[in-house]
Design a protein around this ligand. Structure first.
Ligand code: GDP
Ligand code: MN
Length: 385
């Protein structure tokens, strides 16, 4: 679950990480009030669940209250598009009005789960700021890494190693170690999957501060993270993902053109592999789960059909608790309700009530391609491209 910058900063601040003074504003009068408290010298920042704001005009340094209001009016009335959003962009409901600092150097610091290592790692770079992705690509050795042993947590020597690697002046080492320890504690206590501070600023006055912050909480730990300040802003969520989440479907959008509907995560992954082997690319991962009913299958197909990238659909069901006739009814209901043209649907059904399911689809005459196995499925998908 993604948090807004202002939520991430409040969280970090509770764990002793220094952040600039700031206020959230969602109306022009609030913007004026906040800008006045900083004597007009402030940064106006859109609060969205995506990065790349600086490069897309979502972060503006202003030096008067009037200018803050002018910039805010512009930002609040439009969606913003960054390289991390969809082409339509995301709405701007809130702004963060933050004191402007005299930044001498921009560093990068993040804490995340490294799936390969099975550990939490800390990454840091002296080349922080808006070009960090380019730095990682062109000069990966500029990114420092420390893997954290889960049994002992972050050790002071690891934080000191990073401080030295970042080339920080000796006087800043203490500040850095304290800041990283605080951020690490916040990460663990709040069940984060990511905390990213970019930039971590060294000010002209010799202070370290998080001037940007991103945080995500592991969805599977949300049941025990009840803190109200960590509330999810669902206005930032793409429509399709919201529908999937509220319908209890595991859905991840991908770039291909074959919409996949499967039951079970293992079969879903195998289905994606088979799709790739057929020379096609999956448009998504979608697991309807074991206990789906007609309505849930209907919603799943609806989600696939509402993706303009989907040119064909591959339904791969191994019926167990989920009956194949239920899946067939769901497919039927969704294609009937669809307002746009339905792309070809390849269906492989085995297991509980497979014959009934296939009969329903055959009789409905909606151009479903029924196949018996993976080989036939790949052939059919290929022939449809
Ligand atoms: P992002 O592009 O979405 O990551 O947004 P950031 O919050 O990182 O802001 C982009 C850039 O704005 C930063 O890399 C800084 O260079 C600049 N910036 C943000 N806040 C301040 C500030 O208080 N003072 C100064 N001088 N620059 C700032
Ligand atoms: Mn940033």
């Amino acid at each position: 679950m993604k948090l807004h910058e202002y939520q991430a900063k409040a969280l970090l601040s509770r764990y002793g990480v220094p952040v600039p003074r700031s206020e959230v504003a969602s109306s022009l009068s609030q913007v004026r009030g906040s800008a006045e408290s900083f004597n007009g010298k402030c940064v106006v920042k859109v609060q969205i669940h995506a990065g790349g704001r600086g490069k897309s005009g979502g972060v503006k340094l202003v030096d008067s209250v009037d200018m803050a209001e002018e910039v805010a009016e512009q930002l609040l009335s439009n969606n913003i598009v960054t390289h991390q959003t969809s082409p339509e962009g995301v709405p701007v409901n809130d702004l963060l009005i933050e004191e402007a600092l005299d930044v001498a150097k921009e560093l990068y610091l993040s804490i995340l789960v490294d799936g390969g290592l099975g550990k939490v790692i800390v990454m840091a770079s002296e080349a922080g700021g808006m070009e960090i992705e380019q730095v990682a690509e062109d000069t990966p050795d500029k990114i420092l890494r420390e893997a954290i042993d889960p049994t002992v947590g972050l050790m002071t020597y690891q934080a000191r190693n990073l401080a030295i690697g970042l080339g920080l002046d000796k006087e800043l080492h203490g500040q850095f170690i304290k800041l990283l320890s605080g951020a690490f504690e916040a990460f663990i206590q709040t069940d984060c999957s990511l905390i990213e501070i970019n930039p971590l600023a060294v000010t002209a006055q010799g202070k370290l501060l998080a001037i940007d912050a991103k945080a995500s909480i592991d969805d599977d730990a949300l049941f025990r993270q009840k803190d109200e300040s960590l509330d999810y802003d669902s206005r930032q969520e793409p429509q399709i993902e919201k529908l999937a989440r509220t319908s209890g479907l595991s859905y991840v959008k991908l770039d291909g053109d074959v919409g996949c509907l499967v039951n079970g995560a293992g079969l879903a992954m195998a289905t994606m592999d088979v799709t790739m082997a057929a020379g096609a690319t999956p448009a998504n991962f979608l697991d309807v789960g074991g206990g789906a009913d007609v309505d849930k299958v209907h919603k799943a197909i609806e989600i696939l059909l509402s993706d303009p990238g989907v040119k064909k659909v591959f339904v791969n069901i191994f019926g167990g608790i989920l009956r194949c006739d239920v899946v067939a009814e769901g497919i039927l209901a969704a294609t009937k309700a669809s307002k746009s043209d339905v792309p070809p649907i390849v269906v492989r059904m085995l297991g509980t009530n497979a014959d009934e399911g296939r009969k329903i689809l055959k009789e409905a005459n909606i151009g479903v391609h029924l196949v018996n196995d993976f080989t036939e499925a790949t052939k059919t998908i290929k022939s449809l491209s």
